[in-house]
Design a protein around this ligand. Structure first.
Ligand code: GLC
Length: 640
């Protein structure tokens, strides 16, 4: 049964219930000869009385009536809510720190999985079971308000083993295809909906300005136009209209504002730039996201000229909600309010500052009871106006109604087959191919063709799903190894080369000799996420990778380097010794897309989304800043 007929069925059921209620009531009233006396004392004929009573008995409460405008439903629900109901809606604990019974008792509005926080076993079905269990707990509350469940599905439903893992944003920026990004958003939404998860803390629309930043790969690139164009991800995730389409999840534009502008690329650091520069470079993607109807915005840990965004009333309320007209809701980052005063934990003052700045929901993973207690006290003492509490609830509840959660609160298991399915993996493989950037190709050594019947593959990232996926994959930081089903780059090479080509492999390059027609070194970064990826020192290759490449070069065969990294790396000094260089970024589970480009099934069309340094000391280096890069923003070769 498709979604539309399911809704029609529900309407039929409700009308049948009304008729049934009418019939029962009519029998009771007429049978007893009873009637209703109006307030003015006049008698009402029995049949009319029955009808009136039946209508009252059968009609749903206004906020539960999907036939009413959302605004009316919100008004009705808010009028029925106590202060504690409202405080619960503004509270988002992490799944490990709350029980279903506590969700019911405290009327919790949302729960999240932090990176890698998964049920056991970590399968799509057990995610759906977990979600449904928590949702039933929320619906057991007096007002039956469903919860929203949030995850970071930043390159596919990446917490779930078996999900399709797409290229990280920097690779999608290289592909320069907003329609492709929209389709990826749609696929991600289907895989999420299958597990019930209805809120994605994505897309990151940050504009990376210093490649030392550990979140460089979460950015679509160094210019605002790329992130603005790729807000099509929001359409893919939410549907043309929130709650419409085969699967619709709430999207989040993050992190507001200027997280990519911090001094030295320091994650959660301070962006010391003028307001003019902040508005020119970092605000446009949020304007684009708001225009697309993004349902939520996440505030950045970082500061702007020394003031934390989590307390920045001007930027959060006056600019985002006022000037940009954002009508969704603002969520804090994970324990983000703790960092307002720089001391561990949070105080009542920090709670008041964050909520009064315009944060509507607080991601407070463990200390959520303390948060509710503090916020109740701040309201009680008038430090947080009730109007602010009501505005936050209005924003949150509006999205829940628009998402259709009151009518369809449970996991949509019809989509379970799409999780990691062939269709999504094919989409991902195409995205991988489109994201490859060919930076050097001496004597047109690429693409491999009929003359290449013996190829050697080496490198730590050649046969490793974890390394080619990077951070935010099954676990928060990601990790090397066979962490989830997929195709490694080596497997892709073997598949595309076909049985007629001998493919040798040696992770460290041992086994190479001059009998091979070419050697491919697939090297790059260890997986990381957030500040764990900040690099204050060099940005060069790991010594192990250098040794591997040198071993291949010593065999006197053409050497093609495939770089699997979340950012440009400092390779200028070594590049002359390489015959070709491909920036593969962090392709995800479908490594076959890299092989498609190496063997010419797909010509390389990717173009640099960030300027490629000549030397790490040039950081930050960006288009138009007068420094001389190794490769400029937008650079990319193709074949022929
Ligand atoms: C993290 C990140 C944010 C993520 C959130 C929830 O610290 O900063 O991007 O959405 O916590 O996992």
């Amino acid at each position: 049964m498709d979604c539309t007929s399911a809704k029609a069925e529900r309407r039929r059921v409700r009308s049948r219930h009304r008729v049934l209620a009418f019939g029962v009531l009519a029998t009771l009233v007429i049978g007893t000869g009873g009637g209703t006396v109006r307030r003015d004392g006049g008698a009402v004929p029995a049949a009319d009385a029955v009808l009136a009573a039946t209508e009252r008995a059968a009609a749903p409460l206004p906020y539960l009536d999907p036939g009413l405008p959302v605004g009316k439903r919100v008004d009705d629900l808010i009028a029925r809510m106590s202060l504690d109901d409202k405080l619960g809606q503004m509270t988002q604990p992490e799944r490990r720190y709350i029980t279903p019974a506590e969700i019911t008792a405290h009327r919790i509005g949302s729960v999240l999985s932090s990176g890698g926080s998964a049920p056991s076993p970590n399968t799509p079905r057990s995610w759906a079971d977990m979600y449904d269990g928590l949702q039933r707990a929320a619906l057991a509350g007096r007002l039956r308000v469903p919860l929203m469940y949030g995850v970071d599905a930043v390159h596919g439903h990446n917490n779930v083993v078996g999900a399709t893992i797409f290229p990280h944003n920097i690779g999608l920026g290289a592909a320069r295809d907003p329609e492709l990004v929209r389709r990826i958003g749609g696929a991600t939404a289907r895989e999420m909906a299958a597990t019930g998860v209805d809120w994605n803390f994505a897309p990151c629309v940050c504009v990376v300005r210093n490649d030392r930043w550990g979140r460089t790969y979460e950015s679509f690139g160094e210019v605002p136009g790329l992130a603005s164009a790729m807000t099509t991800m929001i359409d893919g995730l939410q549907g043309e209209k929130l709650g419409a389409g085969p699967a619709s999840v709430l999207a989040t534009a993050k992190h507001y504002l200027g997280d990519g502008a911090t001094q030295g690329g320091d994650d959660r650091g301070d962006a010391r730039i003028s307001e003019e520069r902040l508005r020119e470079i970092h605000l446009p993607p949020f304007r684009a996201a708001v225009r697309r109807g993004v349902g939520s915005v996440m505030v950045s840990y970082s500061s702007w000229n020394g003031v934390k965004l989590h307390e920045h009333r001007y930027l959060v309320t006056d600019v985002l909600k006022g000037e940009l007209g954002f009508t969704g809701f603002v969520v804090s980052d994970y324990n983000g309010i703790d960092q307002i005063d720089g001391a561990p934990g949070f105080t009542r003052d920090e709670v008041a500052k964050a909520v009064n700045a315009g944060i509507d929901m607080v991601m407070v993973p463990e200390e959520w009871k303390k948060f509710i207690r503090y916020l109740r006290a701040e309201v009680g003492e008038g430090d947080v106006p009730m109007a602010r509490i009501d505005d936050a609830n209005r924003r949150i509840l509006t999205k829940k109604f628009e998402l259709g959660l009151f009518e369809n609160p449970m996991a949509d298991r019809r989509h379970l087959g799409s999780v990691g399915g062939a269709g999504h993996r094919a989409l991902a493989r195409g995205a991988v191919a489109r994201s490859q950037v060919l930076l050097k190709n001496s004597q047109d050594v690429l693409p491999f063709g009929p003359a290449h019947d013996k190829i050697f593959v080496a490198g730590r990232s050649a046969d490793d799903i974890g390394r080619q996926s990077g951070g935010w994959t099954v676990t928060w930081q990601g990790k090397p190894g066979g962490i989830t089903p997929g195709t490694t780059i080596l497997e892709g090479i073997r598949e595309v080369a076909g049985p007629g080509v001998e493919v040798g492999y040696g992770r460290d390059g041992k086994g190479i000799d001059d009998s091979y027609d070419a050697a491919i070194a697939v090297v790059g970064e260890d997986p990381y996420a957030e500040y764990h990826g900040d690099r204050t020192g060099g940005l060069g290759l790991d010594d192990a990778d250098v040794r591997t490449i040198e071993r291949l070069r010593a065999a006197d065969v053409p050497v093609i380097v495939v770089l699997v990294s979340g950012r440009p790396m400092d390779v200028a000094q070594r590049l002359p010794g390489w015959d070709a260089l491909v920036a593969a970024w962090l392709p995800g589970t479908e490594g076959g897309g890299v092989a498609d480009v190496l063997f010419g099934r797909s010509a390389p069309t990717g173009r640099l989304p960030v300027t490629w340094m000549s030397d790490a000391d040039q950081q930050p280096i960006n288009q138009g800043d007068g420094k001389k890069p190794l490769f400029p923003f937008g650079y990319g070769l193709t074949y022929g």
